[in-house]
Design a protein. Structure first.
Length: 179
């Protein structure tokens, strides 16, 4: 099944708005990019310990955390109007990376590159290019591990709709998810 990332970004962003994730006007692109970073770190930790996911226990944690990173990126794309270029010609070569942690590092490097371009606001640089590279890198890493990252993404979106800790009142609690 072919995924239209641009349409999916709009849907995911609207779900996040409806769930109240964008109510706090202090939320910004850098905060959310850092949360993408934590998803990648959690993917590495899941691989390091060979863990199954807490929320989707039939899937490996690494697979679900890669999906979570893409969900956060799609939310940002929906918020800021980034476009995923379906046929951008940016193929990701992982042949020099022999470890899964090294492959996750390549994802983190692509994330940092995106953050730098956002921060520096280069006048002639299309952020959508680096966003596309990052999505493609995450997908390639997942594929390389034999994961169905997009299948995990759709399952996680459905799961998230019913999570108590994603409700505004739970986030407002003393130890709730603030961002």
């Amino acid at each position: 099944m072919e995924t239209n990332f641009n349409e999916l970004a709009k849907i995911i962003h609207q779900q996040c708005v409806d769930a109240g994730w964008w109510v706090d006007m202090n939320r910004d692109v850098y905060q959310t990019l850092q949360l993408v970073s934590t998803e990648l770190a959690e993917a590495t930790e899941g691989e390091r310990k060979n863990l199954m996911d807490d929320h989707l226990p039939h899937r490996k944690m690494g697979e679900v955390e890669l999906a979570d990173a893409i969900i956060r990126l799609l939310d940002l794309a929906g918020r800021y109007g980034w476009v995923y270029y379906e046929h951008d010609g940016h193929d990701v070569n992982l042949s020099r990376m022999t470890t899964i942690a090294g492959k996750h590092f390549i994802c983190t490097k692509a994330l940092v590159d995106l953050g730098v371009y956002v921060l520096c606001d280069f006048p002639n640089f299309d952020l959508s290019v680096q966003y596309t590279v990052l999505i493609n890198t995450i997908l390639k890493v997942g594929e390389n591990q034999g994961y169905d990252v997009m299948g995990a993404l759709y399952e996680k979106l459905e799961y998230n709709k019913h999570r108590a800790d994603h409700k505004p009142e739970a986030r407002a609690a003393a130890n709730g998810k603030k961002f």
